[in-house]
Design a binder for this molecule. Structure first.
Ligand SMILES: Cc1cc2nc3c(=O)[nH]c(=O)nc-3n(C[C@H](O)[C@H](O)[C@H](O)COP(=O)(O)OP(=O)(O)OC[C@H]3O[C@@H](n4cnc5c(N)ncnc54)[C@H](O)[C@@H]3O)c2cc1C
Length: 759
């Protein structure tokens, strides 16, 4: 018998008495306030003296912020698994990943039978529970295709839609005592949840052994199963020397062997006693943690996350996983982990990284960069995962995924100063700023991340009125290749601050940005669909109208090839940055002349409505072969070549976005985005097998282009660096690269070679 090395958790096990519901909820809130980790409730649906446990769990989840919540244990016969799976995933999503599933085969069969469920023998109960676990995991599995179908004797599932996927991998803990249940725990569960008073010490030893043996026989590690323990006959005020009946020090002495010798790591107090809950959180838990840490440090017990044998077998040989600091290991995902499918790809790229690290603060980013530097594998940095140019996933390398650093704060409404963490999405930024009457133009897609967009430019729906996103960045916090966390602005590391605004991905990991937002309330949003048979004529007319329009107006135009005998179509989005409907109308109405209009609509809407995040799961579904260029004007020659492109059938989509206006008020050398004279950004995208055709067509347009926007370019040809950063910009960037990243650690997004040392 031994310590499995799990981090310690403490919590309460409350009676859901119907007589004083407020008291039950208050004890749950106290559990959180006392610093405990989880609150659990008995579940006896046949007992009219009790509140319904599921309803209580939902209520408590809404009233707490940090606590994990679980039934202790839910009565499976009265909570059929297909519905339970959906309910659990829903509650887990609503509580942002705080739900765990304590489950039992059923007890008090008279009550269960009285409510219409079938009475089962002990053996049947175990078989039913086994089936139920398969149903639960099957419903939650979003990597499987097709409906869930399971042949079961107790819980057959002839065919049901899977989902929803929970917010985190919900643990299943079984209340088990008999050998068959213990074996099932070892084979399939994530935790064993007995009550101390029902098991004498030798029985606990035997039970743990049975679980371990069953785990090993099923190809699992015993450590994959957390051991939890309910404690009922406990007291801190008693002076008796009985087990858990005395003062705090006595508790620590008595619990220590349960951790170190019997492997228990979660203790749940089954007394509805506020004083005891408080003492557990404030005195016993810290003291026991300290005592256990002291013992473990002397020994060799691993305290990192528990990984299955299957997951360990999928580790990449090129990476030293053991060298990862434990704090980061706890937040990382490896191949074989259940979450891996959700974090391996990006919107446009497929990937199979060896490790995805998800730091929660800047200090952890420093650790992540330092660790990655010791490993001879690719390093990608990811925020929102929408990179087209930036390869924010890789094969066999490390990804530093910033999605958990996603705060959006208004620092000072008067100066309109806002602070954005890189993992925030622009849709969320818009939502958070709107109640303050503020906005920050980003792009057309609310799912795009702050980190990638605000380090390259940010061509948004308000660009002609308010400029690029980077034009409003006033400070950045960045972890550089040598592991320093720097705050950069006009006065501190000004060259790096300049470089971050246009070539950010080359210089480090941005951990926060401060921007000056602007006042925006409602905007007029219009969409036209036009027949683009005369593609070149339509483009010319649109281009001229955009240049003539007041700068309140920004327009994006998407061209789609004709399909199934239909002509090509143009979808034109027009955004008027302001709520003066009359002025908007006169700015918009000339666009009705760009060509035969098939559909149109216009609305006055709050800004967040036009960048609503779609919340897609990233599976590499986006078109990733793109070419980007910038145009001063939509000239007849350029328009003809773009018509060729869309009529060839080899290009799946072309997009033109207006820049100009306020974008061009900024001096060419004010930031590392030097394109301040062009009026349009052009993008063409296709599928991988048409890339050669796209390249041929693009080569014809190339002489008419001046520069590119790197966030829309997937070409990795180094010659294109000069299109992104024509001299003297590139030379300046190379010199800054030589100072801050001489070893070219950050080399996955238009990598800038460090300048050669002089002499
Ligand atoms: C559907 C779609 C719509 C788009 N619309 C627009 C638009 O309207 N306007 C516009 O300007 N752009 C638009 N883009 C392009 C977008 O700006 C870039 O792809 C951007 O890189 C995405 O940011 P991200 O954080 O989601 O990307 P990620 O994939 O997370 O990162 C991309 C690259 O950015 C760098 N990076 C990311 N995070 C950090 C960080 N914290 N520190 C340093 N470097 C970092 C890395 O080099 C990384 O490889 C769009 C892209 C897509 C796919």
């Amino acid at each position: 018998m031994s310590d499995y090395g799990h981090e310690l958790r403490f919590g309460s096990f409350l009676t859901p008495s119907v007589h004083d519901p407020d008291q039950v909820v208050a004890l749950a809130e106290l559990t959180e306030a006392a610093g405990l980790d989880l609150v659990t409730f008995q579940d006896h649906p046949y007992n009219a003296e009790f509140l319904d446990t599921w309803t209580l769990l939902s209520w408590v989840a809404a009233r707490t912020e940090r606590l994990r919540i679980s039934g202790n244990v839910l009565s499976l016969p009265l909570r059929p698994p297909a519905v339970l799976a959906r309910a659990a995933a829903s509650l887990d999503r609503l509580s942002h990943g705080r739900f765990e599933l304590g489950l039992g085969a059923g007890a008090f069969w008279d009550g269960i039978e009285g409510m219409g469920a079938r009475r089962l023998t002990a053996g049947q109960g175990v078989a039913a529970l086994r089936e139920a676990i398969d149903v639960l995991r099957g419903v939650w599995d979003d990597t499987a295709t097709g409906p869930l179908r399971l042949d079961g004797e107790y819980y057959p599932v002839p065919g049901m839609q899977r989902g929803p996927k929970p917010a985190h991998d919900i643990d299943i803990w079984l209340g088990a005592y008999q050998p068959k249940m213990l074996a099932l725990t070892g084979q399939k569960a994530n935790g064993w949840l007995p009550t101390l008073e029902y098991l004498r010490s030798p029985d606990r030893v035997t039970a743990n052994r049975l679980i371990d043996e069953a785990a090993v026989a099923a190809g699992r590690e015993p450590r994959e199963i957390r051991r939890l323990l309910n404690l009922f006959t406990v007291d801190v005020s008693s002076r008796s020397r009985g087990f858990l009946q005395g003062p705090v020090e006595q508790w620590v002495d008595q619990l220590l062997p349960l951790v170190l010798e019997e492997g228990f790591s979660t203790f749940l107090i089954g007394r509805d006693d506020p004083r005891l809950i408080q003492t557990l959180g404030q005195e016993i838990a810290p003291a026991l943690r300290e005592a256990v840490a002291k013992e473990r440090n002397g020994g060799e017990v691993g305290t990192g996350p528990v990984r299955t044998t299957v997951a360990l077998a999928e580790r990449h040989p090129g990476l030293d996983y053991e060298a990862l600091p434990p704090s980061l290991a706890a937040r990382s995902v490896e191949p074989g982990d259940q979450e891996y499918e959700r974090v391996r790809h990006t919107y446009s790229w497929h990937g199979s990284p060896a490790l995805v690290i998800r730091p929660q603060n800047a200090a952890e980013v420093v650790d992540a960069v330092s660790y990655a530097r010791t490993q001879d594998v690719p390093l990608s940095v990811r925020s929102g995962g929408h990179g087209i140019s930036g390869r924010s996933t890789n094969d066999g390398g490390v990804v530093i995924d910033m999605s958990r650093m996603n705060k959006v704060e208004v620092l000072d409404r008067a100066t309109r100063r806002v602070r954005l963490e890189p993992g925030a999405r622009w849709g969320d930024v818009a939502q958070t700023l709107a109640p303050y009457g503020l906005a920050m133009s980003s792009g057309d897609y609310g799912d795009v991340g702050v980190g990638g967009l605000a380090t390259t430019a940010g061509v948004g729906y308000l660009a002609r009125r308010h400029g690029l996103t980077i034009d409003h960045v006033v400070a950045a916090e960045i972890v550089t290749a040598d592991g320093r966390l720097l705050r950069v602005d006009d006065e501190h590391h000004p060259e790096l601050f300049w470089a971050v605004r246009g070539a950010g991905g080359n210089f480090g990991v941005i951990t926060a940005l401060e921007l000056e937002a602007y006042e925006v309330d409602k905007v007029v949003y219009a969409q036209l669909v036009a027949d683009a048979t005369d593609t070149a004529g339509l483009l010319r007319r649109w281009g001229q109208l955009v240049e003539d329009a007041p700068r309140e107006l920004t327009s994006f135009l998407s061209l789609f090839p004709g399909r199934r005998g239909n002509p090509p179509a143009a979808q034109v989005t027009l955004v008027y940055a302001g709520d003066d409907v009359e002025a908007a109308q006169s700015a918009l109405s000339p666009f009705m002349e760009i060509g035969p209009i098939l559909d149109q609509q216009a609305q006055l809407v709050p800004y967040p409505a036009i960048v609503a995040p779609p919340g897609n799961q990233h599976r590499g579904q986006g078109l990733r072969d793109t070419r980007s260029g910038l145009l001063h004007h939509v000239t007849p020659q350029a328009a003809d070549l773009m018509e060729n492109m869309i009529q060839s059938g080899d290009v799946m989509i072309m997009q033109l976005r207006s820049v100009g206006g306020a974008v061009n008020d900024v001096a060419r050398d004010a930031t590392a985005y030097p394109h301040r004279e062009q009026n349009f950004s052009v993008l063409a995208a296709t599928v991988p097998d048409r890339r050669p055709q796209l390249d041929k067509l693009w080569a014809e347009l190339y002489p008419y282009l001046d520069g590119l926007y790197l966030s829309f370019e997937s070409d990795t040809n180094p010659a294109r660096l000069l299109d992104a950063w024509p001299e003297p910009t590139l030379g300046r960037l190379r010199a800054i690269k030589a100072s801050y990243d001489p070893d070219n650690v950050f080399n996955r997004n238009f990598p800038i070679p460090p300048a050669e040392p002089l002499g």
